[in-house]
Ligand binder design. Structure first.
Ligand code: MG
Length: 216
């Protein structure tokens, strides 16, 4: 398969499995209009998140890096009826957009947007665990720290999901000194080598790393 066909197949998956409703489409327009970075997940990745969360019967989920709430809407729709997603966003304006669209999607009752630095909020959040899954999509430098937190606060059979596992292809550069790339490289290496985890990277556009915490 050549690169064009591969891209067409990505579109095929998106159209067949991951149609977007009006709320999600409008949120993307809002993100563009507000000059927020257009780095939300692809809709087929949104669908992948739903498949994963439902596979583990997720009720308690953490997201690091809300942005406008695009991935939060996908995930919240896959939670068990009494489920809760806590999503952390560093920038208050972005969190406000996310809250507005979560409300419009009818998901405010099951999603809580917390504003602050993930590294500062996570220690307290440990008191609210254990959790069924964590979706890591925040600053890339800190991915290894987020992984430590996940391993301490996920239940057995829980999921670590990391976005941008290819870092736009930069992970292939073994000599890089970019802190974000090094963070992702270490995260991927640890997922691959940690005996407590069964892991892989699904090669979506920028890669989604997935790890299951083994049952003892
Ligand atoms: Mg991302």
């Amino acid at each position: 398969m050549d690169a064009v066909q591969r891209k067409e197949c990505g579109r095929y998956v998106a159209e067949l499995f991951a149609p977007e409703d009006e709320v999600l489409a409008e949120l993307r327009r809002e993100i563009s209009a507000q000059d927020m970075p257009e780095i939300y997940v692809d809709r087929e990745e949104g669908r992948l998140l739903q498949v994963l969360l439902q596979a583990v019967g997720a009720r308690r989920v953490i997201e690091l890096g809300t942005l406008g709430g695009y991935s939060a809407i996908w995930m919240a729709r896959a939670l068990a009826p009494d489920g809760q997603l806590i999503t952390i966003e560093r920038e208050a304006e972005r969190a406000e957009v996310a809250r507005r669209f979560l409300d419009r999607a009818g998901l405010s009752d099951r999603v809580e947007v917390r504003v602050g630095e993930a590294l500062e909020l996570l220690p307290d959040l440990a008191n609210e665990g254990p959790f069924d899954a964590i979706f890591i999509d925040a600053d890339k430098k800190s991915y290894p720290v987020y992984l430590d937190w996940a391993l301490a606060n996920l239940r057995e059979g829980g999921l670590v999901i990391g976005d941008n596992a290819f870092k736009g292809g930069a992970v292939l550069d073994t000599n890089t000194d970019d802190p974000g790339t090094r963070g992702i490289q270490e995260f991927n290496r640890r997922l691959a080598g940690d005996p407590r985890l069964t892991s892989v990277i699904v090669p979506t556009r920028d890669g989604v790393a997935i790890a299951v915490v083994k049952r003892s």
